[in-house]
Design a protein around this ligand. Structure first.
Ligand SMILES: Cc1cc2nc3c(=O)[nH]c(=O)nc-3n(C[C@H](O)[C@H](O)[C@H](O)COP(=O)(O)OP(=O)(O)OC[C@H]3O[C@@H](n4cnc5c(N)ncnc54)[C@H](O)[C@@H]3O)c2cc1C
Length: 434
């Protein structure tokens, strides 16, 4: 019997059948069989959602055989790949073709379909979220149809389905808008709490991507500000292998992992550990190909909740979250991450129709997140925050309907494309209704 669990180990499931479809025809056959049996089916990605969004009940489809490049269209500047391809493999393929995605999050382990389906985003940029970079996709719907959706065909599906939560169908191919390969100059340095709040707007105006980690119980934060190198033509000067290993692997994973493990067992030490962590990384500047600057290894396993706030109230929400943290006797051993995104037009994207500031709250995988996340979630709610679909939250379909202007249209489309709820699971019933 196969057991599925997610990266954080918080969600588990025991599907009764597992298949590795090799193409759309095999996905269609699996959907038809589930419909005939009256059971459910779920295509999983690489399990990097903290929620049970991809937890299978009956049939689990796994992505390993649905991978690889399909075509590169240099006139349209698009790249099509099979939906189970991991972002890290797409990045390598794109780099060798002299191409790049516009922006991405801080890891590349996710599958293409998994990443876009929950609205994975990075910080700032020309097209912030991955789903906003999608130019089209091929999907096997829950009703057993194979459709291609883009700006010219099945436009409603294209607009509503790029962040589709796996609720409308199984994606088999994804087409991304791409651009010529570019380099980013990364500046990393410690920054104090007050300087951060005072200069954040200026930082986001003068750099393409700003990513900050603030350490609770301290005034210390780490700033990473990336700027596109356009003149002279991009040349990579990455950190030395030793410096990269020291900062990105040894300090950020080995030392931080040991420190956060210690903090989860000796909470009284957390403020001192956090102060150490905020000061441990020394300033550095380097230039490298974009995807290598965006992505960092993440070997310390954690639990996460992230909310997208309207950009103009985001910093006030951060101040309020800090007031709540300071008012309790919790010991939070993981940083709060602060990022931004431009408004997009993807119906269920957390940045739909509004410039956004993201606040992400983390705890060690062994820590109990409930009291902390519940209290800061109340703050996020009071500022009109939208929860990341792939990260821990408690919001239900009723709450979410009020946050997304096109939510009802999404539900209507779901009724049409998955009338028998072949693609449902408990998470989807909670966030979308039955
Ligand atoms: C260490 C870590 C770092 C992260 N960093 C970021 C970040 O920087 N920014 C950010 O926004 N998020 C981030 N995330 C969250 C992550 O990007 C999302 O949760 C993403 O959805 C995970 O992709 P996955 O391939 O693991 O998909 P899964 O989590 O396995 O599945 C996600 C959803 O996609 C659906 N799905 C998968 N394949 C298909 C398919 N072929 N057709 C239709 N639906 C499908 C699933 O059914 C499910 O609904 C991070 C997560 C972790 C663990």
């Amino acid at each position: 019997m196969t057991t599925w669990s997610n990266w954080a180990g918080l969600e588990r499931a025991t599907p009764s059948r597992t298949e590795q479809p090799r193409d759309a025809a095999e996905v269609l056959a699996a959907v038809d069989r589930a419909r005939a049996e009256g059971t459910t089916l779920k295509m999983v990605g690489s399990g990097h959602s903290f929620t049970a969004v991809s937890a299978p009940e009956h049939t689990m489809l796994t992505p390993q055989e649905l991978t690889g490049l399909v075509r590169v269209d240099r006139d349209a500047m698009t790249v099509t790949a099979r939906a189970g391809t991991q972002l890290k493999h797409l990045n390598t393929l794109l780099e060798s073709a002299g191409l790049s995605l516009h922006n991405m999050g801080d890891i590349a382990e996710q599958t293409l379909a998994g990443a876009i389906s929950t609205g994975t985003h990075g910080s700032g940029g020309t097209n912030a979220g991955l789903a906003a970079q999608v130019a089209g996709f091929e999907i096997v719907t829950g009703a057993g149809e194979l459709l291609r959706a883009d700006a010219t065909q099945h436009r409603d599906l294209f607009e509503l389905g790029r962040v589709g939560l796996g609720a409308l169908g199984v994606l088999t191919e994804v087409t991304f808008q791409v651009e010529p390969l570019f380099c980013l100059e990364a500046e990393e340095r410690p920054i104090g709490w007050e300087e951060l709040l005072e200069s954040f707007d200026e930082l986001t105006r003068t750099h393409h991507h700003v990513d900050v980690h603030w350490f609770p119980h301290t005034d210390g934060a780490l700033l990473k500000a990336n700027t596109r190198v356009t003149d002279p033509p991009a040349t990579a000067s990455p950190p030395s292998v030793l410096r990269s290993w020291w900062d990105d692997d040894f300090l950020s994973n080995t030392v931080f992992g040991a420190a956060s493990w210690l903090g989860s067992r000796r909470p009284g030490l957390v403020p001192r550990i956090n102060a150490f962590a905020a000061g441990a990384l020394t300033p550095r500047t380097y230039t490298d190909v974009a995807h290598r600057v965006f992505v960092s290894p993440r070997r310390v396993v954690f639990r996460e909740m992230e909310y997208a706030l309207p950009r103009d109230v985001g910093l006030e929400a951060l101040r309020e979250a800090r007031r709540v943290i300071d008012a309790h006797d919790w010991r939070i051993g993981f940083p709060v991450e602060i990022r931004t995104a431009r408004a997009d037009d993807v119906a269920l994207s957390t940045a739909y129709g509004r410039d956004s500031l993201y606040l992400a709250f983390h705890v060690h995988r062994d820590a109990d997140h409930r009291a902390y996340f519940a209290a800061v979630e109340d703050v996020m709610k009071s500022f009109g925050g939208r929860p990341h679909w792939g990260k821990i939250h408690t919001r239900s379909a009723t709450d979410l309907a009020a946050l997304y202007p096109r939510f009802d249209e999404f539900l209507t489309l779901r009724d049409r494309l998955d009338p028998d709820r072949v693609l449902a699971n408990p998470y989807l019933r909670h966030v979308l209704g039955d």
